[in-house]
Write a protein that binds this ligand. Structure first.
Ligand SMILES: [Fe+2]
Length: 200
């Protein structure tokens, strides 16, 4: 038998289907059911990890100053009061309060990390290489391009997410909503306002 043609071996790249099959076979060999896990993840992402969770937290912080203090002091513990949890590796939840003079913006320069159990999975633009590179260097310009033209006297603080420290922005309450019931307040809170790229 002649030895395999090395050049041909190197050039041959597995198709996506072949790679998926290989991963599936490896998982099954370890007694895991990948299709079930994917289905479960899909369910969690669509039904459980949604921005409405963060919106409830924001609304509570707007109506309850003591909760807001606890939220800013220790996000993980405070959201647990409302029944929300984060994965174990999200060791810290840091909640950043926006004010008339401070705009906090979160990003992940390395990849796409967010506090996804609270504010939902990251949108495509959040994962975009150009956004990730530019928002840390020229946040004011990037925000202006996407529709948030902040006055010069508003300080912009950009926070880079890490594997174990997740951020969530507490947007400023719109003045016309003062006195609204909590449920109605939650309905005005958007995902992008909790990322910090919009104001309400
Ligand atoms: Fe990331």
């Amino acid at each position: 038998m002649s030895p395999p043609d090395q050049d041909r071996v190197i050039q041959r790249t597995a198709t996506i289907e072949e790679r998926v099959d290989a991963v599936q076979a490896a998982l099954e060999a370890h007694g895991l059911d990948p299709s079930k896990a994917v289905e479960e993840l899909g369910h969690l992402a669509q039904e459980r990890w949604i921005p409405e969770n963060g919106a409830r937290i924001v609304a509570r912080a707007w109506v309850d100053p003591e909760f807001r203090e606890r939220l800013l002091a220790n996000g993980r513990d405070a959201v647990a009061e409302l029944g929300f949890s984060l994965p174990k590796h999200h060791r810290h939840l840091v909640v950043l309060e926006n004010t008339a003079k401070v705009q906090n913006v979160i990003c992940c320069t390395q990849c796409s990390c967010t506090a996804y159990t609270l504010i939902g999975l990251p949108p495509d633009w959040y994962k975009d290489l150009e956004y990730r590179a530019r928002v840390v260097r020229e946040a004011r310009t990037v925000l202006k391009e996407t529709g948030l033209d902040l006055p010069q006297d508003v300080e912009i603080r950009v926070w880079d997410t890490t594997a174990d420290t997740r951020y969530m922005v507490l947007p400023e309450q719109p003045p016309h909503t003062v006195g609204w019931p909590e449920e109605k307040l939650a309905a005005v809170v958007t995902r992008d306002s909790m990322i910090g790229v919009t104001r309400l």
